[in-house]
Design a binder for this molecule. Sequence first.
Ligand code: HEC
Length: 451
Amino acid sequence: MTSRLLHAAAVAAAVVLTSLVPRTAAGAQGAATEVTFYKDVVGILEDNCLACHRPGEMAPMSFATYEETRPWARSIREAVINREMPPWFAEAGHRPFLNDRTLDDGELRTLVRWVENGAPAGDPADAPEPREWVDGWNLQPDMIVEMPIDFPVPAEGTINYQNVKVKVDFPEDVWVVAAEMRAGNPEVVHHMRANVIPPDSEFMKDAEYGVAYENGDPRLGPRDPRVDLLGKYNPGLGPQDFAAFESAKLVPAGSDIVFNLHYTASGNATTDRSKVGLVFATEPPKKRYYVDEGPTAFNLAIPPGDRNAQVVSELTTTQPMELLYLQPHMHLRGKDMEYQLHYPDGTSETIFKGVWNFDWQLGYDLEKPIDIPVGTRMVVIAHYDNSANNPYNPDPAELVVWGPQNWHEMQNCFIGVLIDPDIDPTSIFEPSGPSLLPRGVSGPTLASLEE
Ligand code: HEC
């Protein structure tokens, strides 16, 4: 991935909410007439591409004007035909997602026809009303929590995950309806999370405020479900809205926030001081929006050289809930992930299946929340390529186990759920099936359950 791509992560996040609203019906017409940039193409680009392809955003080239777009016409044709752009990794045919930017056939055909006809400009008077974009915060924060000390980012080399505890000590319980993380230095922030650390959590209990620690990733295990994910920042991810279902996120009184940061060197020594903005609810919500690590394979083992190593994880629900959000997570050897629900009545369904792409780390917002009865098993099946054929593989000779750094692996799928605000979220899931097995030399796999 280019450093520009990294650079844009913040902003791409910002524009996602607005880009969900289709503004034009461009692409539908024009079978007989000539397809032109201003009449047919500009609207498609605005709806599906400009979130990233405009000045100051993550993509290295802008498609904001005809002059900027024209030299890229052939690449655009290739990228859309091959479905490389817009980036989206969920296989069709499972549950629909709200943030799916995939071009429909009409839009794709219009772009291709425009390029094949010589990419003409047409008449600027045909263009739709230009779209307005937000720069800076996409929400109006009631509170901004910022790292108190600059983190020094070296010019080169791999930078381990960093954890920075920031003192907030919320004076009372607060309900948060939206959060947005902004990179202090978007050129070096690859992705990050803001975790809520309640006062009774052991996690980074003795850490000094503001100081960056390499150890202390909450996901090193054992799970501490009291550590809730408040905000996140990834290439292509938006600000997070927790209020869509009369819902909000709880931050218990006395909590602090830990920033979990992944930096990538940009060639220049620099610094970063990132922040998270929070919007508070004016009244208590009907439902609590809670983000869990989801099914997690702390016991994973990926054999050296294995081209298609399967790793399975599982949780069983102990409370009724609604499932809203999925975000697969793996590292450099990840290939694909599937998320299955096995209902207590014996039926089951695959709700998500997709290839893994470390550069994007996309999250998937379900179009409709899924009702999850007590006793539902959530099963995640992932595959890894630990062979020398995988160009991203740090070391094909390694037996890879769970760990925080990129040369370790992870296998989990974050999930956003709605629960009764009176329920303690620490007991809404129990690891089950393969996730109860001790670590072996591979797996755990679906087959290891039958042994
Ligand atoms: C979520 C952000 C995002 C969206 C949305 C997006 N792109 Fe991109 N695009 C990128 C980034 C980042 C790159 C450069 C890195 C890369 O190639 O992966 C890129 C690269 C490209 C390239 C260059 C590929 C090459 O050959 O080098 C083309 C062409 C392109 N995008 C077209 C499009 C079109 C057309 C759309 C809309 C239909 C679109 N993109 C939507 C982020 C995005």
